[in-house]
Design a protein around this ligand. Sequence first.
Ligand code: ADP
Ligand code: MG
Length: 349
Amino acid sequence: MMALSGYPLGISVQAVDVVDNKIVDPVTKHIINNSLDRVIEEVNAITVEFESIPEDLLELVHGSGKLKPSVEAILTGADRVREKKLLEKLEIANCPFEIVTDVEELDAAVDKLGEKLIIKASRDGYDGYGQWRLQNQSDLPELKLKLSKLNLHKVPLIVEKMLNFDRELSLVAVRSSKGDIAYYPLAENLHYQGQLHVSIAPAPKVDEALSQQAQEIFNKLAESLDYVGVLAVEFFQIGEQLLVNEIAPRVHNSGHWTMQGSDTCQFENHLRAVRGLPLGSTKVTSPTAMINIIGCKDFARDMLSIPGCHLHWYGKTPRKKRKMGHFNLCADNYAELGNTMLALAEYVP
Ligand code: ADP
Ligand code: MG
């Protein structure tokens, strides 16, 4: 999606498969006969679309001086311990937590945080993978047995209190190398089993104070990381307060709605930022619902007859719980958007 959004700007994007360092055309997925070193030398800018990048590769790319956002920002997003330390340093409200490097410390964590816990591997988790939930203390011995198989000294656990939040929101915004920031409106996100299923943007019922609170948190984070590119901040809303759940130093699934719902989509704005171009308008063009297509094979495209229904199919090999594509549903107002979502639901078997 980043490569497609670069095309009209004359920006050509090549991708690196981080498993074997092969150079790939991101649209056709064909392997390009070029070496990583040559590509690093030839290109104007280097960026990432996810944060779990092998550290030696990151260091290599960092050495070119072309990497945006910075290696520090990427490593912070990739490691929950670093992330929590940054949030603490900047005094940004987040979920109460303990860092655990030995399963025997879990009892003390339960004493401090309560028995309803969410336990997260500090690295390489996504879509709810690398997470374990504890609902009551009696399940603790079994969970300890499971977690004792992990190397917690190398990859510690972040143990969080399971919050009873009102809803989840995210702020996707972009910062240029000059320090200009363009914010998309807050999106409301619905997760199932730790995985994003639906984003509605702009999130309904957001007043000026709430969006300002989110933007101030974004500013603190982005300025402290001297951030360039799109950065997403995930929040839990409790009453009028926002607690940061996590940050993502990249384009974000809860920003996919911008492909149809905003003047300039997050992918184009990310490319503009990392190439040192002026940022594009983040004005909303219509309320949009982004609906992930998860784990299913290809299907007939009959739902495209619904007015305002747009499909983005990624062409990936199907796997259980894998994000295969998404719909963006656009409408003139929230009531119509609700009807459009119901119309789409008619096509779900
Ligand atoms: P991932 O990297 O997989 O997105 P997250 O930390 O964002 O990991 O967790 C995924 C989802 O799990 C969240 O969006 C939220 O729905 C739920 N979750 C995570 N942490 C908590 C928590 N402390 N309390 C309640 N729910 C949580
Ligand atoms: Mg998340």
